[in-house]
Write a protein that binds this ligand. Sequence first.
Ligand SMILES: [Zn+2]
Length: 149
Amino acid sequence: MRCPYCKSQDDRVVDSRSCRDGKAIRRRRECIGCTQRFTTYEYIEHAPLTVIKRDGSREPFDRVKLQKKIELACYKTAVSSDDMEELIDQVEADLGNRAEKEVPSQYIGELVMERLKNLNDVAYVRFASVYRQFKDRQDFVRELEQLAN
Ligand SMILES: [Zn+2]
């Protein structure tokens, strides 16, 4: 790793520990040249996923985009940002375990809904109403009734 201070290529690792719940390794490095210390992180590289959208077009899976949709659904609910992070981590892990690297957007939606349902009813119905594109008010009411049972 090239030293950010003196550009030397030689360094030694002085400390190495796991972080982000074991999903990353943080290494403290010391430059042999100038003895300055700097930090590097190591993550697992996920195989890139492609999302097949409703209209058949394809786009790369975008965690930030999914996160925004979930944030919208969870707006002013008791769902914390930690809950959301964890939910997305779980969905990503599920997707990563699939053999196919092309996933229909509806499938991702179902994965999110499954988990939101256990977290918060309001967030679930909001998310579901977007993903399932409720055709009329009746669909919406039916979904609410199912939740009540
Ligand atoms: Zn240096």
